[in-house]
Design a protein around this ligand. Structure first.
Ligand code: SF4
Length: 100
């Protein structure tokens, strides 16, 4: 059986080009993931309302006042806060992290 040996110079050039493109791809992926993570967290370290699709109205019978993460305000109708989500939270609000 005849063995085919690639030209060493062209093989090195192809290898370098491949490694360069792989490095660039890795850099793009790492940067994108870091940005997405930063956008999901508000300044207080909690999840941003946008990242959990928070809304000020109930969803399919679920609402913040019935959620395990809700911290009520002074009265049942006052706004409160949330152990997971940043900002003012309405008792009638809802987000995708709802937990009964
Ligand atoms: S996790 Fe979502 S549904 Fe539950 S209290 Fe927080 S904002 Fe409301």
């Amino acid at each position: 059986m005849k063995r085919v040996t690639p030209h060493p110079a062209s093989n090195n050039t192809q290898r370098r080009a491949f490694l360069r493109s792989g490095g660039l791809l890795l850099t793009v992926l790492t940067t994108g993931t870091a940005l997405a993570s930063r956008q999901a967290r508000a300044n207080d370290g909690l999840l941003s309302q946008a990242s959990v699709h928070y809304q000020k109205m109930p969803h399919d019978g679920q609402q913040c006042s019935n959620c395990a993460y809700f911290i009520p305000g002074k009265t049942a109708t006052d706004t409160g806060s949330c152990r997971l989500v940043s900002g003012t939270i309405y008792p009638d609000g809802w987000c995708v992290r709802f937990s009964s």
